[in-house]
Structure formats: structure tokens, C-alpha cells
Write a protein that binds this ligand. Structure first.
Ligand code: BGC
Length: 421
């Protein structure tokens, strides 16, 4: 687990070094007639890399005149990649395309004038009616559509080690938070070292949001991001207290862990549960681990906490025609299938055939059709990058000091500063 964390840091360090030397992955072959298409993501390993590889295989078929250049910077949820990207955009050295979350996070790039309008391509490629309207709305500002979605992920999923759970006599998922606490106590009493595996900042944000969804319900939770729900309320204090209790069942070294390090505790049977997005399905499969189960986070009911990876055409991209070929491929039915069957997500297109997908995604496709969509802040559908950073640092502090009042006032201040921006 240590080595994977080190790889991520090394990759980010290397990318920064390349940047400083002015030596981007696409250097030396830019300009008109360039064949290279540098695709910038944080999908460097496991199921994420498998998904990217699936899409690249389709790109090689559909866009044989171009050459894929992998600009991935490792680190879950873009924790390293987003910093590298921000510097590159600031220096007018964009990759040919990059991964951006649909919603408020994408709006950051639009407002900064860093990406191109793709409305004409939507018409040309027949994408207007390919995606759900709500999703296209989250890619649109002032009537212009700025990116092509690759998928829809679900964030609020609880993954469990089946053997660890059944040895503790747990055979059914908890459906409420009190039931979940009872299960965690049972696991602790049976000697499970870490009932609930957890990682650093953004993974803690995910766990806290799952608690908020249980406490507030989908509508009130969504209202936290639009100014409709008050962060200063007693129900938020209550949620922070429950979240604090959950932290007591987690690994003490959580602040040094990426999501894959926490996942490894589950795979090794040292932990029973982990709350994580459904990229975990693909990653466990890619790592050959089969002894797992999944359920919605206790108390979340049919809330489907969604996020979508989408790709853009940056202003001043070296190879805009190559980028368009990439975007056309990923928006196509074949591209979405090649990617999502390996990535753990479901296709953004509405014309996909569920039977093409592994069992997890078949269940997710059915849940998405009937569930209540709620957004995610750490994965950009709910809030801007500034807001994400403010919450991450408040939660990082809380992870060490456990000060409930301080966390709540930091969350109130963040909402005041960033809501509507
Ligand atoms: C992305 C996923 C990715 C996950 C973990 C999320 O923000 O949307 O594609 O698998 O982070 O890295």
C-alpha cells in the first residue's frame, strides 16, 4: 500500500518537473498536422487504467490517423492531477483534452475561459439527444455545451469484505445509520482491526456527505449546495457528531491513505467496510478480488449520488482536430461501452444495452433509472474547486482535532463564500 502512495506522489512530482522544464508530454510535435493527442486524466492504475485502456483501444480504431499520448497523473479524485493541470492552463500549455467533472467543477473552467464551446459538435455527432437532459444541463452555460460526458458514477456505495462480515455474523446490509453503528460495534467486538476503512481528505468528504444524505434526505442535502439548506442547522451538528463517531471505527493513519490504500485493507481482510464510489467495482475486479459485496450507504435509500467524468477541448490545444476525434469516440455508443464496461460506471448515453455490462453496473443502471439524483462536492457535481478545497481542509483539521463546532463554522463560512460562485 505504501508503494502505491509513493507512485502517486512520484508521478505528480515528475509531472511538475516536466512542467518546470517546459517539457510537456506532447512537446516537439505540436502545431498543425500534429498526430499526437495528449489525454490528461488521473486514471493511472487498476480499474481506472483498465477503463482508459478500453477507450484508447476504440480511439485507435476510430481515429487511426492520430496517436494517443497518456498524460495521466496518479492520485485519487485528481488530488495531484488538478494542481498540475491548473499550472499548465495558467501557462497556456494545455493538454489536448482533460478530464473534468460535470457540474460546478466544469463551470470553473468555463468561467475562466479555458475551454471551447462544443455545441456545433453535439449537432454534428448527434449527441443532442444521446444523453439525459439533466446531465447536458450540467455541461451547459448560457446555452453552450462545453464537454462530452464519458459516464455516470455513483459515489454513495458501501463495499464490504464478505468473509469478514459473515465471520462476524453479518449477513445483510444495514439500512439505517443506527443499524450500521450496531454492525460496526459487532465487528469491533469480534476483533476486526478496522471496521470501516478510510483515506484522506476527499474520501472523508465522501463519508461525511453520505452521513448528511442519511440525516437530511436527498432534497435537503441537494439544497446545501444551492443555498436552500442552512449549514448552521442543528441537523448538521447532529450529522457531524455521527460522522465523528464513524471516524472512531476507522484506521488512525487515514490522512496518509489514498482510496486504494483503504481498499487494500478491505481486500486483506483487515477492514470490513469502505464507503467509496463505484470505480471500486472495477478496481476490485481488475485486482482479481471477488470476495466483496456492495450496498447503498445505510440510510441513503434510493438517493443516487452522481458524478460524471467529461472531456473538454481546451483553448489553445495543440491538436484540436485530434481532440475532436477523441471526443467523438468517447461520446459514441461503442466508446461508452468500451470504457464503462471496465470502469465501474454506467454509460452516460441512454441507448446502452444493460446486458453488455457486468453485474454491478446492471444493478446501477436499474438504480439510476428509479433513484433520486443528488450531487457530490468532492467530485464536482455539487460545488466549485474553491469550495471543494475549503471543505477538504476543514475536514482534514477535523480528522485530527474532532472539534465539531469548528468544523460546522468552517462549513458555514465556505458556503457563504462559494455558494452561487
Ligand atoms: C472520478 C473517477 C475516479 C475517482 C477516483 C473521481 O473523481 O470521477 O473517475 O475513478 O475519482 O480516482
Amino acid at each position: 500500500m505504501r508503494s502505491r502512495t509513493r507512485t502517486a506522489v512520484a508521478a505528480a512530482g515528475m509531472a511538475l518537473a516536466l512542467l518546470a522544464s517546459g517539457c510537456g508530454a506532447d512537446d516537439g510535435d505540436g502545431g498543425a498536422g500534429s498526430k499526437k493527442v495528449e489525454v490528461f486524466t488521473w486514471w493511472a492504475d487498476g480499474g481506472e487504467k483498465a477503463g482508459l485502456d478500453g477507450l484508447v483501444a476504440q480511439f485507435k480504431t476510430d481515429c487511426a490517423q492520430y496517436e494517443f499520448v497518456n498524460g495521466a497523473v496518479a492520485g485519487g479524485a485528481g488530488s495531484n492531477a488538478k494542481q498540475v493541470l491548473a499550472s499548465r492552463l495558467q501557462q497556456s500549455d494545455p493538454p489536448d483534452t482533460f478530464q473534468a467533472h460535470a457540474g460546478a467543477e466544469l463551470s470553473d473552467y468555463i468561467k475562466a475561459g479555458q475551454i471551447e464551446d462544443l455545441s456545433a459538435q453535439y449537432k454534428e455527432w448527434g449527441l443532442d439527444s444521446a444523453f439525459p437532459k439533466g446531465l447536458v444541463d450540467s455541461l451547459t452555460v448560457d446555452g453552450k455545451i462545453y464537454s462530452v460526458p464519458a459516464n455516470i458514477h455513483r459515489a454513495n456505495v458501501l463495499w464490504g469484505n464478505k468473509s469478514v462480515l459473515s465471520k462476524a455474523g453479518i449477513t445483510a446490509p444495514a439500512t439505517t445509520l443506527p443499524e450500521f453503528f450496531t454492525q460496526l460495534d459487532t465487528l469491533k467486538a469480534k476483533g476486526v482491526a478496522t471496521p470501516l476503512a478510510l483515506g484522506k481528505d476527499w474520501t472523508q468528504q465522501m463519508l461525511f456527505e453520505a452521513v448528511l444524505i442519511s440525516k437530511l434526505g436527498p432534497e435537503k442535502f441537494s439544497g446545501l449546495w444551492t443555498g436552500q439548506t442552512d449549514w448552521a442547522g442543528a441537523d448538521i451538528t447532529d450529522a457531524i457528531n455521527d460522522y465523528k463517531k464513524l471516524l472512531s471505527y476507522s484506521n488512525k493513519d487515514r490522512d496518509t491513505f489514498d482510496w486504494t490504500d483503504a481498499e487494500k485493507l478491505v481486500m486483506e481482510g483487515k477492514a470490513a467496510y469502505q464507503l467509496m464510489g463505484d470505480w471500486e467495482a472495477a478496481d476490485l475486479d481488475a485486482k482479481g478480488f471477488k470476495d466483496y459485496n456492495y450496498s447503498v450507504f445505510p440510510g441513503n435509500g434510493d438517493a443516487y449520488q452522481w458524478l460524471a467524468d467529461s472531456f473538454v477541448l481546451p483553448k489553445n490545444a495543440k491538436n484540436p482536430e485530434g481532440t475532436k476525434c477523441w471526443l467523438k469516440t468517447l461520446g459514441s455508443a461503442a466508446g461508452q461501452k468500451a470504457f464503462n464496461t471496465k470502469k465501474g460506471s454506467i454509460p452516460a448515453r441512454t441507448d446502452a444495452n444493460a446486458t453488455d455490462y457486468p453485474a454491478y453496473q446492471q444493478a446501477a443502471i436499474a438504480d439510476w433509472a428509479k433513484g433520486k439524483p443528488v450531487p457530490s462536492c468532492p467530485h464536482g457535481s455539487a460545488c466549485s474547486q474553491g469550495w471543494q478545497g475549503a471543505v477538504a481542509s476543514a475536514q482534514g483539521k477535523f480528522s485530527s482535532d474532532g472539534d465539531v463546532a469548528a468544523l460546522q463554522s468552517a462549513l458555514v463560512a465556505a458556503a457563504k463564500q462559494y455558494a452561487g460562485k
